[in-house]
Ligand binder design. Structure first.
Ligand code: PGA
Length: 255
C-alpha cells in the first residue's frame, strides 16, 4: 500500500520563459502548501529546474521529462542524469508517449534509460499505455505487459527497491484529448501492471510500487481515478499549467 497519493505535474514544453515558469511555480506552490497528504512532483522543462529548485524547499520534488541513457559524451542535444541530479531533480520521466511517438523511443531505449537512472539513484516515472489503434485491436493488455517487462528488463528487485519506481498508465488516446477511459478499464490496467510487477519482483515489491493514471485529468474527474480505478496518484499535463485547476486536482486526490 502507498501511504500518500502522488501528483505529478508534467509541464511538457511550457512555459516559454523563465519569468513565466517562476510565476507558475509560485502559484502552484501556494496551492500545494494548503494541501496535506499528497506528494507533489513537478516536471518543468529541464532548463528551468535549477532556477526553480531552492535548497530548503523539499516538500515539492522535481523531475526531468527525459534523459540520455549515457552519463556523458558526444551526444549532441542530450541531457545526462548527472546534470539532472546536479540541477536538483530527484526523478526522471521515461518513455512518455510523446517521446515514443515523435522521437521514436521504444521499450529497449526506455530500458537503457531506466538502468542509467537507477545507477545514478534517480527515481523513475515510467510511462506505459496503448494507442487508439492498439485499443481498437484489443491489444491493450499485451502492449502494457510488454512495455512493463521490456522497460524493466535486467533491472533487479534490489534496484527497484533501492530507487523509486513509479509506473504511469497513460492511454495515448486520452492524452490531451479530453477523453478518458472507463474506470473499469483503468482498474484493469492497474491490476495488470501490478500482476506483471509481481511476476518480475514478487508481490511485496509490486504492492509498494505506485501506479498512477495520466491522460486528460482535471479537477472534476481526478478523484475517481483513485476511488474507482485504484490508482495511487495522477500524472497531469495540460491542467498542471493552470494553478487553480491543479490545486483542485490535488485537493480531490488528498480527500
Ligand atoms: P494531459 O497530459 O493531462 O494534458 O492529457 C498527460 C500527460 O501527457 O502526461
Amino acid at each position: 500500500m502507498i501511504d500518500k497519493k502522488i501528483v505529478i505535474a508534467n509541464w511538457k514544453m511550457n512555459p516559454a520563459t523563465l519569468a513565466e515558469a517562476k510565476d507558475l511555480f509560485s502559484a502552484v506552490r501556494r496551492e500545494a502548501k494548503r494541501i496535506e497528504n499528497v506528494d507533489m512532483i513537478i516536471a518543468p522543462p529541464v532548463l528551468w529546474i535549477g532556477h526553480l529548485k531552492t535548497k530548503d524547499d523539499d516538500e515539492i520534488k522535481f523531475a526531468a521529462q527525459n534523459m540520455s541513457w549515457e552519463e556523458k559524451g558526444a551526444l549532441t542535444g542530450e541531457v545526462s542524469p548527472l546534470m539532472i541530479k546536479d540541477a536538483g531533480a530527484k526523478y526522471v520521466i521515461i518513455g512518455h508517449s510523446e517521446r515514443r511517438i515523435y522521437f521514436g523511443e521504444k521499450n529497449d531505449m526506455a530500458n537503457a534509460k531506466i538502468l542509467t537512472a537507477f545507477i545514478n539513484n534517480l527515481g523513475v516515472i515510467y510511462c506505459v499505455g496503448e494507442t487508439a489503434e492498439e485499443k481498437r485491436g484489443e491489444r491493450t493488455q499485451e502492449i502494457i505487459e510488454a512495455q512493463v517487462k521490456e522497460g524493466l528488463k535486467d533491472i533487479s528487485q534490489g534496484q527497484v527497491e533501492a530507487n523509486k519506481l513509479i509506473i504511469a498508465y497513460e492511454p495515448v488516446w486520452a492524452i490531451g484529448s479530453g477523453v478518458i477511459p472507463a474506470f473499469d478499464d483503468v482498474l484493469s490496467a492497474n491490476l495488470l501492471i501490478k500482476k506483471t510487477l509481481a511476476g518480475l519482483y514478487g508481490r511485496s515489491t509490486a504492492e509498494k510500487t505506485p501506479i498512477l493514471y495520466g491522460g486528460s485529468v482535471d479537477a472534476g474527474n481526478a478523484k475517481d481515478f483513485s476511488t474507482k480505478g485504484g490508482m495511487d496518484g495522477l500524472l497531469v499535463g495540460g491542467a498542471s499549467l493552470k494553478p487553480s485547476e491543479f490545486g483542485g486536482i490535488m485537493r480531490a486526490v488528498a480527500n
